[in-house]
Write a protein of this length. Structure first.
Length: 315
């Protein structure tokens, strides 16, 4: 097996937490050859998808965790699989990269996750396809829509559609004097879409990350509990991760979402659940592998590698 990994610079990752590093480590443990690429290494020449890649070897050493081979030009379609692990923001450069990966897919490589799904299934907006398990939600540009939503629910969360790690997420209550400037900031004066959701008081018990491998949930989740005085549970925003078993209500949500992920060729996803409500579906570069593995002895990245191999054998 020869796979490519498109990611942010490997030199800047924290190997104690980074899920992409764990994927590379497990692929390497299987004897697979791994090619390292960043977004600016991708190109199309006369209808062929190319990458300026370097073979990568990783080790469990926080001082020197990777070694790169010589730069070479490869046809992406000749790889067995490509892991698209570039972090958001989901901007036009990200979209352009999915066009290149579309060609790579047509030319022979399995891309995880499907480039079409990466474009279609925005982390925030894709929840709209599952309203029966989500908190009340609106996506709009109009300030009046958000004001009416706040008047109805009195306590809401406002967030952009293209962020990650809890960036620019606001909790707004009916008495807030800043609602106007928050809406202006997120919608850029009604020129950009934003999202609002009903505030879930269960956030105090954690924003649960449920990892999905080939449509099936890992049996344990990571509840990300907000720091004192915070609304956001994201680890990047100071939240504390507590691993725990998948609950019955979590399973009910995964039973609904899982088959749809399979239909869209999304092999690896992260569902965010507060209480018994689905708030986000992360398909670009879901994390929390390392934390769940450490708590329960799972090997989620290895499970994903087996799922990739099985899918290739079935094709």
């Amino acid at each position: 097996m020869k796979i490519g990994v498109v990611m942010d610079p490997i030199s800047s990752i924290n190997i104690q937490k980074d899920s992409t590093f764990e994927m590379i480590w497990q692929a390497q443990s299987l004897g697979w050859q791994v090619e390292y690429l960043e977004l600016n290494d991708l190109s199309i020449v006369n209808g062929i998808a190319y990458g300026a890649s370097r073979s990568v070897t990783v080790r469990q050493d926080s001082n020197k965790w990777y070694e790169l081979g010589e730069n070479k030009r490869i046809k992406l379609g000749e790889l067995d699989a490509i892991l698209m692990r570039k972090d958001p923001p989901f901007d036009m450069e990200f979209v352009y990269s999915t066009y290149i990966l579309d060609l790579a897919e047509q030319q022979g490589a399995l891309v995880v996750n499907s480039p079409q799904a990466l474009r279609d299934c925005n982390e925030k907006a894709y929840c709209a396809w599952f309203p029966e398990v989500c908190p009340e939600t609106i996506i709009s540009r109009k300030a009046e829509d958000f004001r009416q939503f706040l008047a109805k629910h009195q306590d809401i969360i406002l967030k952009p559609l293209d962020g990650m790690g809890g960036a620019s997420i606001f909790r707004v209550q009916s008495e807030s004097a800043n609602i106007g400037v928050i809406i202006e900031t997120l919608t850029k004066h009604e020129s950009v879409f934003a999202m609002a959701q009903q505030y879930m008081t269960e956030i105090s018990k954690g924003d649960k990350r449920v990892l999905m491998v080939n449509g099936e949930p890992v049996p344990y989740v990571l509840a990300r509990i907000p720091a004192q005085g915070e609304t956001r549970g994201n680890l990047a925003a100071g939240g504390r991760g507590v691993a725990q078993p998948l609950s019955d209500s979590d399973r009910a949500i995964t039973d609904i979402v899982g088959p749809e992920l399979i239909k869209r060729n999304i092999l690896f996803a992260g569902l965010d659940i507060i209480g018994d409500r689905l708030t986000e579906i992360n398909v670009t570069s879901p994390t929390c592998i390392k934390e769940i593995n450490a708590a329960y002895g799972t090997n989620i990245a290895l499970d994903l590698m087996h799922a990739i191999k099985n899918k290739l054998q079935q094709s």
